[in-house]
Design a protein around this ligand. Structure first.
Ligand code: PFF
Length: 459
């Protein structure tokens, strides 16, 4: 077995984990989910979900990884529960699945950077999105994005991931703060702040059954939970590190970036009179350019904005790839470079349908966020809360002084609130499968065909 890598510095781990967490989920997915579920009301439920579910759950993944010091699949066996390896494997599979379409969106972002320079998307943003997001151009950009991600992972944990994310994370912060400050100066921006920040509590209670799973799913996706990523990254961490403090910093920073992205997007949209609720995967790619087109410095702003999105997407993509490569490096004697290339190629192929048609992309995303994510996190939480139990409490206390009652409180929150919250999301995700309007159970195209032939309850 190859000697196991570790993070060179404590901040290296935190930056890499933040790099994974902060991504398209914060800047692309979060604003359009917020708009779809009524603005500030969604933000409020999302924040509650991060605190009550996200933070305890990220610690649960950390505990598995650091205790085992092994990749996310073999970790379960090393901890004495070999049959639970399937949970690690499911997480790795989910990462594989998500990266296939994540990379397609990463490809769009690359095209938008070029488009900002040439001004190509200003004339007619919706048509531009249509050309960029489907067919051969999208496929080529998807390939290019995967190639960059593979190159970084090929360099390894310290030389590749740690070095890259230590530059990327501060860059995201600085650029995003810069553009948020600019947004303050726009006339009409205040309406955007009101929409994003002052919740209409009525809207929350009216829609609870759909807002809760959406907010929990977004919290899990955004913190990279359920992909075995945080298990893997924590496996490179030493026993002298305080996992609780790290988890809080990572979750805090990640949420801050999501909120900051909202503070950029909504004032920009409202100031230009662009409706925020163009839902769906194209939302940010059409509405932001529409707003930018009306501004005198739109090209530069667009360049900065899409550069932020690209850096964020890349640092997340490398974490998804690393999970798989870490498993293969631990188990097969091949060189990391070769394994990263093989994994990247397979993921590229899986992404072909999403690159050719955004309906497929929506389907891949729906299956991942509504089913795979809550399922994996649910199993992880059962494992840590009820099976590792005292061992988990001992692990979380490593690297801290005292803190026993806090650690026990964490265990009970995992066993109760987190389990129930994620279980409820999972149940609603499964229930959704049986509703006639469910968009994600069958691949696009197959559903209308089957609906004509098979009665509803069976679908
Ligand atoms: N957390 C990332 C985001 O919000 O964009 C997405 C992601 C990255 C999910 C890595 C899972 C993962 F393993």
């Amino acid at each position: 077995m190859v000697e196991r890598a570790t993070w060179k510095t404590r901040l290296g781990f935190i930056f890499a984990a933040i790099g994974s967490a902060v991504g398209l989920g914060n800047i692309w997915r979060f604003p359009f989910q917020t708009a779809e579920f009524g603005g500030a009301a969604f933000l409020f439920v999302y924040l509650v979900a991060v605190v009550l579910i996200g933070i305890p759950a990220i610690l649960a993944e950390f505990v598995i990884g650091r205790r085992a010091q092994l990749n996310a699949i073999d970790a379960f066996e090393k901890l004495g529960h070999p049959s639970w390896k399937v949970v690690g494997a499911l997480g790795v599979f989910t990462g594989f699945w998500v990266l296939s379409y994540y990379s397609v969106i990463g490809g769009w972002v690359m095209r938008y950077i070029v488009g900002s320079l040439s001004g190509a998307y200003f004339g007619d943003p919706a048509t531009y999105f249509g050309t960029v997001s489907t067919g051969l151009p999208a496929l080529a950009a998807h390939g290019l994005f995967m190639l960059v991600a593979v190159s970084i992972v090929a360099f390894g944990v310290e030389e590749g991931i740690e070095r890259a994310t230590t530059v990327m994370v501060p860059a995201i912060l600085v650029l995003l703060v810069g553009i948020a400050v600019y947004a303050v100066t726009l006339p009409g921006a205040s309406e955007g702040y009101a929409y994003f920040l002052s919740p209409d509590l009525g809207a929350i209670t009216d829609n609870l059954a759909s807002v809760i799973p959406a907010a929990v799913g977004q919290a899990l996706f955004s913190l990279s939970l359920g992909f075995s990523v945080m298990i893997t990254y924590a496996s490179y961490v030493g026993e002298d590190e305080n996992l609780g403090v790290d988890g809080l910093s990572i979750a805090g920073f990640n949420t801050g970036i999501g909120v900051l992205a909202g503070l950029v997007a909504f004032p920009l949209l409202f100031a230009q009179g662009v409706s925020p609720d163009t839902a769906g995967p194209g939302a940010v790619f059409v509405s932001i350019p529409t707003a930018l087109a009306k501004l005198p410095v739109g090209g530069i702003l667009g360049l900065v904005f899409f550069l932020i999105v690209l850096i964020a997407a890349l640092s997340s993509a490398i974490s998804l790839l690393e999970v798989l490569v870490s498993y293969m490096v631990d188990n097969y004697g091949y060189a990391r470079k070769r394994l990263a290339t093989i994994a990247g190629s397979v993921i590229f192929l899986l992404g072909v349908p999403s690159a050719l048609d955004t309906a497929w992309l929506g389907w891949f995303d729906g299956v991942a966020v509504n089913l795979f994510l809550p399922l994996v996190v649910f199993l992880v939480v059962v494992f840590v809360g009820w099976i590792l139990a005292d061992e988990a409490v001992a692990e979380i206390r490593e690297g801290t002084r005292g803190g026993e009652s806090l650690a026990v409180a964490w265990l009970w929150s995992v066993r109760t609130i987190v389990l129930l919250g994620v279980g409820l999301s999972l149940a609603l995700g499964v229930y959704e499968l049986y509703t006639p309007e469910s968009a994600y159970i069958l691949p696009p195209g197959l559903r209308p065909w089957l609906l004509e032939r098979v009665p509803w309850p069976l679908l």
